[in-house]
Design a protein around this ligand. Structure first.
Ligand SMILES: Nc1ncnc2c1ncn2[C@@H]1O[C@H](COP(=O)(O)OP(=O)(O)OP(=O)(O)O)[C@@H](O)[C@H]1O
Ligand SMILES: O=P(O)(O)O[C@H]1[C@H](O)[C@@H](O)[C@H](OP(=O)(O)O)[C@@H](OP(=O)(O)O)[C@H]1O
Ligand SMILES: [Mg+2]
Ligand SMILES: [Mg+2]
Length: 369
């Protein structure tokens, strides 16, 4: 594209941007605004050059932590999105949300009551905008007790297998009462102790394995105590993006033998084993352990959970009980997980965003612009 044409196009884009994305008003400091404006303009210029006739289809406002922006909004995703007419715009948390945009979709993963209230209010004032996902639905999976309740209620069992949750107990306070509470509940050792609330902090992912009953009083409530299920040290991460499902294998905690249980006492903190960068997909594993859960079972589980949880973006940590072929347990559900580690997420995510808007337009043709 020659300089004159480029300038003409720049003017056109900027004129359109005035109504569409008022970045100057959105960003906090002038430098940031200019940088963001330049980025947006050059993104669109690039799209025009590559695709010939550029047509912006949707604007996605995002409110994510800087860690999430880094892992999710990778250059490949932004590039592909821009070629498909999708523009990602950072939401300025210091300015009213209604003054920003207009957005077609708001994508977010921030914790805190204040943000929740802002989004709820925004959702009511702007029913034409899709908020991914509704704050109350996200809140439900930020509690390790309620997150698994829907899996338990579903009680999924068919010819492909059975999906349940490990037996678990919630301890709200008084650590000294834990040993008795565990006996009364009839839980079997070892137990995994998990902070009750997942709030995005590193602390909410500090888990421990408890080998004996007395040591349980050393734990810090509020927490969930979950029976440890031997699963051969391999876990299945089931990523869900709308109707798409992708499964990967990750290394997990090794089995605990009866002898180990007898010879060990105490509570041991363990690191975030299954989020490690190295996947177990290429490892030389026992096929009985590594075989992925049957696709029809996953499809049923994902479909039901999507509906029951009211979420589009989450993953499920699933294990297969060692020694069985078809006995599965869901041990964790994460909202807007590490999609950067999901193979092909760029295509899946952009198609999902486009599909969302298309289906909304089909439902409410009056909103079509
Ligand atoms: N009931 C269980 N039986 C066997 N292993 C378990 C159980 N619960 C947790 N684990 C192991 O501990 C790891 C961390 O547990 P969990 O996934 O619940 O924690 P998390 O902090 O929410 O993790 P994430 O980073 O996926 O959000 C699991 O990936 C698995 O390796
Ligand atoms: O990729 P998996 O194994 O699903 O683990 C994810 C956690 O479950 C998420 O909680 C992390 O996201 P947040 O740091 O936004 O909570 C997420 O962080 P990331 O998106 O920066 O990779 C991952 O650590
Ligand atoms: Mg997990
Ligand atoms: Mg989790």
């Amino acid at each position: 594209m020659r300089l004159k044409e480029e300038n003409a196009y720049k003017n056109e884009v900027e004129k359109e941007n005035g109504g569409r994305v008022r970045l100057k008003e959105e960003c906090r400091c002038k430098g940031e605004v200019e940088k963001e404006n330049e980025r947006v303009t050059s993104q669109r210029l690039y799209s025009t050059m590559v695709s010939g006739a550029y047509q912006q289809k949707l604007v996605v406002g995002y409110a994510l932590t800087s860690k999430k922006v880094k892992s999710f909004l990778q250059p490949k995703l932004e590039g592909l999105a821009r070629n498909k007419g999708i523009l990602f715009v950072a939401i300025d948390l210091h300015r009213p949300l209604s003054d920003q945009g207009p957005f077609d979709i708001v994508l977010h993963k921030l914790t805190g009551k204040e943000w929740r209230l802002i989004l709820e209010d925004y959702g009511q004032r702007h029913p034409e905008v899709t908020v991914l996902d509704p704050p109350d639905a996200i809140q439900h999976v930020y509690n390790r007790q309620s997150m698994l309740q829907d899996v338990a209620d579903l009680n999924l069992s068919d010819c492909y297998g059975k999906v349940g949750v490990p037996r678990q107990l919630v301890i709200k306070n008084d650590p000294l009462s834990i040993p008795d509470a565990v006996t009364r509940a009839g839980l079997t050792l070892p137990l995994v102790a998990k902070p009750l609330v997942v709030d995005g902090s590193a602390k909410s992912h500090e888990l421990s394995l408890a080998y004996d009953q007395l040591s349980l009083s050393m734990l810090e409530p509020p927490l969930v105590l979950q029976e440890f299920v031997n699963h051969g040290g391999v876990l299945f991460k089931v990523f869900i993006v709308g109707e798409t499902i992708k499964v990967v294998r990750r290394f997990s905690l090794p089995d605990v033998s009866k002898r180990e249980l007898l010879n060990n006492a105490g509570v041991f903190q363990f690191p975030r084993v299954s989020t490690a960068a190295a996947s177990a997909d290429d490892a030389d594993l026992d096929p009985g352990i590594a075989e992925l859960p049957p696709r029809p079972l996953l499809e049923k589980l994902a479909r039901e959970l999507r509906r029951r949880l009211g979420l589009h973006l989450f993953n499920i940590d699933m294990i297969r009980e060692h020694g069985t072929r078809d006995r599965f347990y869901v041990i964790d559900i994460n909202y807007f997980p590490g999609y950067g580690k999901m193979p092909g997420y760029e295509h899946i995510f952009t198609d999902f965003l486009l599909g969302l808007v298309q289906s909304k337009q089909k439902r409410c043709p009056a909103n079509n612009s």
